[in-house]
Design a protein around this ligand. Sequence first.
Ligand SMILES: [Zn+2]
Length: 470
Amino acid sequence: MTDLLLSTDAIETYLDATRDARLESYKAFLRIPSVSGIPAHAGDCRAAAEWLADAMRTAGLEHAEVSETSGHPVVYADWLHAEGAPTVIVYSHYDVQPVDPLDLWTSPPFEPVVVGNRMLARGAADDKGQVHLHVMAAAAVLATRGAFPVNLKYVFEGEEESSSVHLDGWLEANRDRLAADVAIISDSGFFDGNLPAITIGLRGMMYSQIDVVGTDVDLHSGQFGGAVQNPVNALAQIIAVLKGPDGRIRVPGFYDDVQTLTDADRADLAALPFDEDVYRTELGLPALVGEAGFTTLERRGARPTLDVNGIWGGFQGEGAKTIIPAHAHAKVSCRLVSAQDPARIFESFKAYVADVAPPGVTVTVQDLGGGFPSLTPTDHPATQAAARALEATFGRPPLYIREGGSIPVTASFETILGLPVVLLGFTPPDDHAHAPNESMDMDNYETGIRTVIRTWDELVAANAEPVRNW
Ligand SMILES: [Zn+2]
């Protein structure tokens, strides 16, 4: 313990002395527009991967590598000299969401600026900020102590924002070198009020596109209107029956693998400090809506959803143009919970769309990727180590939350590598991830570095019990 305290002082001195350089490095990383979902940004994704591998080498990590997949590369590095100590995989992702609508940003998304106490840029929170704080934590430990108390393997993905299409294959191909005791995933955030939190539940995802096609080209609505099906009208009819007025999803079998919330689950969620009125007011909405019979926290973390993410077709210019559009399209996604299987949900969804589609058009449904939901035990020694580290650095014990978002890789680490997963994330809840003006709270970022360092120490303390029992 004495050693730990002495070296913590050295780490603080180091972190103070390197604060400006750290900020500049964070900004440099954010300037690379690594939007994984847009093919034109493939070169930028690679540039971000190369930048990151260099930063990890500079931090003193070993075997830093830009590792190929059939898509954007994975960045790997490790440090494996803590004999007999646990081995931890650290996962975050260096890719980011697209930036549109660009006109809603108060400053250009890839020109990071600190406004107040916030770093404002696409990826500042999700998830480059968390990637960066892990690398800076590693640099601080190696510069001051020369060694970690645990073995570390870093896996930084480049396709999380586009359904992690190639990650499972990469994990399978690298199974041997990824042998570990636990995975720490930093791609989640704090609870409302910016309270420290560990996410124990994550929803899965089914993502699809509905394509409704009529004729080869748009038709004159005077000559043909009334005689042929209108693809946009047809798409609207399909979408209108995906959910009922009670908020229930009408796809047959959709709820078959959804576990009923226990009284204890409901009590845990009800105990979180959460005010529906404040939540609604902050969103600027006249009312909250959702599945009948469930609270807002239950709806947003523990129940499945179906949402149209985008819809297009027909004439969208100024003025009038009298056509029957040739085709119409919608992106539709479902957040999944419990044992819902994305592939099975997609098949049920596709069959239901075919069933409800009106005649006179060709309707197809594409699978755009998905991921399994997950739930982590709170009493796992690694969860408890992360909880102690959060309490020591942020000054209060973490809340355990169910997050509405999806991190498909969580289930991949569980099923492919057989690892327990701890979701230790630091972003503020009002970070505007995926939206204009995304930002990271710089206190969360700076304290997060200390939490990560402390977590490695706490894991060794937890390791007093044999690792194999994990
Ligand atoms: Zn993310």
